[in-house]
Design a protein around this ligand. Structure first.
Ligand SMILES: *[C@@H]1O[C@H](CO)[C@@H](O)[C@H](O)[C@H]1NC(C)=O
Ligand SMILES: *[C@@H]1O[C@H](CO)[C@@H](O)[C@H](O)[C@H]1NC(C)=O
Ligand SMILES: *[C@@H]1O[C@H](CO)[C@@H](O)[C@H](O)[C@H]1NC(C)=O
Ligand SMILES: *[C@@H]1O[C@H](CO)[C@@H](O)[C@H](O)[C@H]1NC(C)=O
Ligand SMILES: *[C@@H]1O[C@H](CO)[C@@H](O)[C@H](O)[C@H]1NC(C)=O
Length: 467
């Protein structure tokens, strides 16, 4: 306590001196400069000054708060995030000695980190030619070590995922894994490698060397989820943040930053962000539920009206099969809602969009996604239409007020143009898992922060595309 108040004091002094010293920048040659550092390294302020400064500090609560946290910690690293035609966002990471750079999907909805690996990489139902994508070649890296089955990390990584080929095996050979996703899966051998950032090398990083995948993209997956095998856990991150640029559905070179912070920082909030606490993961035999970042969504507001959603769907624990709750998933494209919630939201939109007729059209062919709520806007300019506002309100009062392009998309169907809500619903209802998945389409042009140290999710509206 004493140390911290002394620190506060010194910070206040340095702030004051800094303010004073800025005067010396003025062109006036008679301005004098106060020497900065000697004052607090050589002399302790007198008690009288201390008391005065303390009362000054305590008179302003916001100020006092800043003083407690004199320095925001510099990030470990920054890396570029790209919008991809496959409806997700990618980052590049370098592994090995010498480093090989591979593209990864930035995925807060899973935890394992893996890359397409070896010249034998095989991918079925993938829309990609594996011979044309960057592959990691362990033979070209002097730091590649295959993890054997008896290594405790093998059981740890395998047991935190759906299936493991290693369960019950007594082999001394490499540790096989099988990771399955909402769509597709990947299969390979667990590797210990060096993860290279310009600022720091992380040795013995556990990464999957995938040899066989189904329904994957021209990239690996970097799992940013909540379990120990994820990238944030392995690096000991205290916080990470990103800002997803507008989706282009093509592979442009435009990018924004993913910023990683390491080590304990403080509980200081980032200016301008609204925060909501992460919810504890539900206790479940299904390991996937331990990976997710659950937040407490309390209200969905369409126009000016709050949609009536049964509370049991807003929390993960209340149902026998743990269907419920809301997660934030950067690897998921459009937001998904369980049918009961979707129907309530759709009804609210229909009421607010009285001037437009609902169009029952098959938009799947042109969008690749089954969108269930479309309005006929034939003959009108999409940009000119005033759609009802859509707001998600979270525990703690944080409100995610979505820009229109984050939840409506124009689609040409035959001679008609329709505007469809970019929220999908799974027809198979009440399956175990979250009832609402906040996908990357809804996160576009928001700066979002996953504050792992303080267990909270922060966001603010921001234009992410750098000019
Ligand atoms: C593995 O080895 C242990 C001890 O050596 C033995 O008790 C166990 O039955 C073996 N398991 C299998 C599947 O062979
Ligand atoms: C990507 O899409 C945007 C908007 O649709 C377009 O302006 C741009 O030219 C496209 N870029 C490439 C490389 O296809
Ligand atoms: C519907 O049309 C009426 C009359 O043309 C107009 O006054 C009203 O603002 C429209 N409502 C919406 C939601 O566009
Ligand atoms: C949209 O409305 C137009 C008339 O304005 C009509 O000709 C067309 O069939 C409608 N399309 C759909 C998909 O409902
Ligand atoms: C709609 O398009 C078809 C061709 O795809 C055309 O034959 C038909 O006349 C068009 N209908 C209208 C109402 O424009």
């Amino acid at each position: 306590m004493a140390a911290s108040s002394l620190l506060s004091l010194m910070f206040l002094i340095s702030t004051l001196l800094l303010a004073l010293s800025s005067l010396s920048v003025a062109p006036n040659p008679t301005t004098f400069t106060i020497p900065l550092s000697p004052i607090f390294t050589k002399h302790q302020p007198s008690d009288a000054i201390k008391t005065e400064l303390n009362s000054l500090a305590s008179s302003s609560p916001t100020r006092a708060h800043h003083l407690k946290h004199p320095k925001s910690k510099p990030p470990l690293t920054k890396t570029k995030v790209f919008s991809r035609s496959y409806r997700a966002y990618s980052i590049s990471l370098s592994f090995g000695t010498p480093p090989q750079t591979i593209s990864f999907i930035l995925d807060t909805g899973s935890s394992a980190v893996w890359f397409p690996c070896t010249s034998q990489y095989f991918c079925t139902d993938c829309d990609i030619d594996p011979s044309k994508i960057p592959l990691f070649i362990p033979q070209l890296s002097s730091s590649s070590k295959f993890i054997d089955c008896q290594n405790p990390n093998c059981a740890r990584i395998s047991s935190s995922n759906f299936l493991s080929d290693c369960q019950g095996c007594n082999c001394s050979q490499a540790c096989p894994y099988f990771f399955s996703y909402g769509l597709g899966s990947t299969h390979g051998l667990l590797l210990s490698e060096t993860l290279d950032f310009p600022e720091k090398l992380f040795t013995n990083f556990l990464v999957g060397c995938s040899i066989f995948s189904t329904q994957q993209k021209s990239a690996g997956i970097a799992g940013f989820g909540r379990t120990p095998e994820s990238l944030p856990s392995q690096l000991g991150l205290s916080k990470f943040s990103y800002c997803l640029i507008s989706q282009r559905f093509n592979d442009t070179s435009e990018s924004s930053d993913l910023v990683l912070y390491r080590g304990s920082s403080s509980d200081a909030k980032t200016p301008g962000l609204s925060y909501t606490p992460f919810r504890k993961n539900p206790v479940s035999n299904n390991p996937a539920l331990r990976v997710y970042y659950y937040v407490d969504l309390l209200k969905v507001i369409v126009g000016s009206k709050s949609v009536n959603i049964p509370y049991k769907y807003l929390v993960p624990e209340n149902n026998a099969n743990r269907h419920g709750g809301t997660i934030v998933d950067s690897g998921y494209s459009y937001t998904s809602m369980g049918k009961v919630i979707f129907d309530a939201v759709a009804t609210a939109f229909e009421a607010e969009m009285g001037n437009f007729s609902r169009a029952f059209v098959d938009v799947e062919a042109s969008t690749g996604v089954k969108l269930n709520l479309c309005f006929n806007i034939t003959g009108l300019k999409f940009e000119k239409i005033k759609f009802p506002e859509l707001t998600f309100e979270f525990n703690g009062g944080a409100k995610l007020e979505l820009p229109m392009v984050n939840y409506f998309v124009p689609v040409d169907v035959g001679n008609s143009t329709v505007a469809c809500l970019t929220i999908e619903t799974d027809r198979t209802m009440d399956s175990e898992g979250p009832a609402i998945i906040l996908g990357n389409t809804q996160q576009q042009n928001f700066f979002v922060e996953f504050d792992l140290e303080n267990d909270r999710f922060g966001f603010r509206k921001q234009t992410c595309n750098k000019k």
